[in-house]
Ligand binder design. Structure first.
Ligand code: SF4
Length: 464
């Protein structure tokens, strides 16, 4: 795949252009891609894969996952030009392959979510004919059962179908593949398949497992090869152009911009303690409490909390007064004015360039590495289990929910743990999941607003 700047050229047709077939992404297509599409398409696919990963971590059932995958795909993977939809699919896959080939952990994440995506697309979006084409492309050595043979075993197949679900054998359900029974141990063990003369009669809707296994093998090998190419040549060759994009993509924040507060949000100093208790996520509550306690925060903490406070609407004058009131107890007002006031004004864009100073996303906070004496970072990732449990209980998470939260933490689903905390405290679900501390704040505010004022009229935060 060649990356060009800046204009789009119609790619030559390739095997992957068969819109009716689910691509197997066997080899990178020879097409030219604009640099911005290289990144934007990848971000769109990443939203789909992240949504899938969240759905799985939340323990969604297969039918819920089916709907989720369908919704995510429709929402993010469309293109204004119908002819480019397949190209977007293929390009985004190959870009993310580059992004996620680089470590064992990244490869594992990408592989498992791409397989889920593949499974549901295979089941949902593709007509039987396309599914058969795909099986042929995969060189699966299985042949559909002929009509004559089907007639001979129809009754038995009906019996098995009835025993595993509502009785139905429509025309498309009547497509079966004869597979050596030892190749489908799961179906055999679950008695979900009819076996005759050493062959299992695998229904079309069960074939997906065979196909997904093949696809997993192909993709797994391809990721290892891509990694070799990445480390031996691409990373160096592309160090001024693609490498920075590739390296940033897997930690990029995909949600809304919280650099400016929403209209409703205007936190003043007099409200701030109350608002911190009711609507700050744990990372910010912790920093806030430490600041009140120690009258000081190190640089990482000042940045994390300071930018968050800007995002929730604390005005510059209030921010200066707030930080000064605390810091002057420790270092004196004069030293505060000299050493600390500048960086607060900087965060608000009054000094230097403002573009870099947007509130930190969860991804960024979770991947930070706080040192001794630092209080920034994400408590779900950086606290000991004991400290985290104590902090959550103090926040009001009940013991049932606490176990669920800790379970997610142990499995390193930190944002999901934060989402469950949010849900427990607010008594309300948060389907989008927490991706940003300022989103936590704004979702919390929305809930309080609707509880206090069902008519939907906004009211000042301090009046809660
Ligand atoms: Fe803060 Fe995000 Fe961690 Fe929640 S998940 S505590 S909002 S960094």
């Amino acid at each position: 795949m060649e990356i060009v700047k800046p204009q789009w050229k119609k790619p030559p047709p390739s095997a992957n252009d068969a819109a009716s077939t689910l691509p197997l992404y066997r080899s990178a297509p020879s097409l030219e891609v604009r640099l911005e599409d290289f990144e934007l398409y990848a971000i769109d696919r990443l939203r789909v894969l992240k949504g899938i990963s969240d759905g799985l971590s939340r323990g969604k059932r297969p039918e819920e996952m089916e709907k989720l995958v369908d919704d995510l795909w429709k929402e993010h993977m469309g293109h204004p030009l119908p002819s480019e939809v397949t190209n977007k699919d293929i390009i985004s896959h190959f870009v993310l392959r580059l992004v996620y080939c680089r470590t064992e952990e990244l490869r594992k994440w990408f592989l498992s979510n791409e397989i889920v995506l593949f499974r549901y697309r295979f089941l949902d979006d593709y007509p039987d004919e396309a599914q058969r084409l795909l099986m042929a492309e995969l060189d699966l050595p299985y042949k559909p059962v002929t009509t004559a043979e089907f007639e001979g075993v129809k009754e038995k197949l009906h019996l098995v179908a009835r025993s595993i679900g509502p009785p139905k054998l429509t025309e498309s359900d009547a497509i079966f593949y004869k597979v050596p029974f030892e190749e489908v141990p799961e179906l055999v063990a679950g008695r979900r398949v009819f076996i005759y003369k050493g062959y299992a009669y695998v229904a079309m809707n069960q074939v997906v497992s065979l196909v997904a296994t093949q696809f997993r093998g192909l993709l797994s090998k391809a990721l290892v090869l891509t990694n070799r190419k990445w480390t031996s040549t691409i990373r160096e060759q592309e160090k001024d152009r693609l490498t920075p994009i590739v390296e940033a993509l897997c930690t990029s924040y995909l949600g809304p911009d919280y650099s400016q507060p929403k209209e409703f949000a205007e936190v003043s100093i007099k409200d701030i303690d109350q608002v911190a208790k009711s609507s700050f996520p744990l990372c910010m509550r912790h920093l806030f409490e430490k600041l009140r306690e120690d009258h000081h925060l190190k640089h990482g903490g000042r940045m994390q909390l300071g930018l968050f406070l800007k995002g929730v609407g604390l005005k510059l004058d209030d921010a200066l007064a707030f930080w000064k009131a605390e810091f002057s107890q420790k270092v004196g007002a004069e030293r505060f004015d000299k050493e600390y006031a500048y960086s607060i004004r900087h965060n608000y864009g009054r000094e230097g360039k403002r573009t870099d100073y947007t509130p930190y996303s969860c991804q960024k906070i979770i991947s930070s590495t706080p040192g001794v004496g630092d209080h920034h970072g994400c408590p779900y990732r950086h606290f000991s289990e004991e400290n985290l449990k104590a902090a959550l209980s103090k926040m009001g998470v009940n013991s049932g929910a606490l176990e669920n939260v800790m379970d997610k933490v142990r499995n390193r689903h930190y944002q999901l743990a934060c989402t469950l905390t949010f849900e427990s405290i607010h008594g309300s679900s948060n389907d989008a999941g927490i991706n940003h501390p300022n989103q936590y704040f704004s979702d919390s505010h929305e809930i309080f607003k609707s509880k206090n004022n069902p008519s939907g009229q906004g009211e000042p935060l301090g009046d809660r």
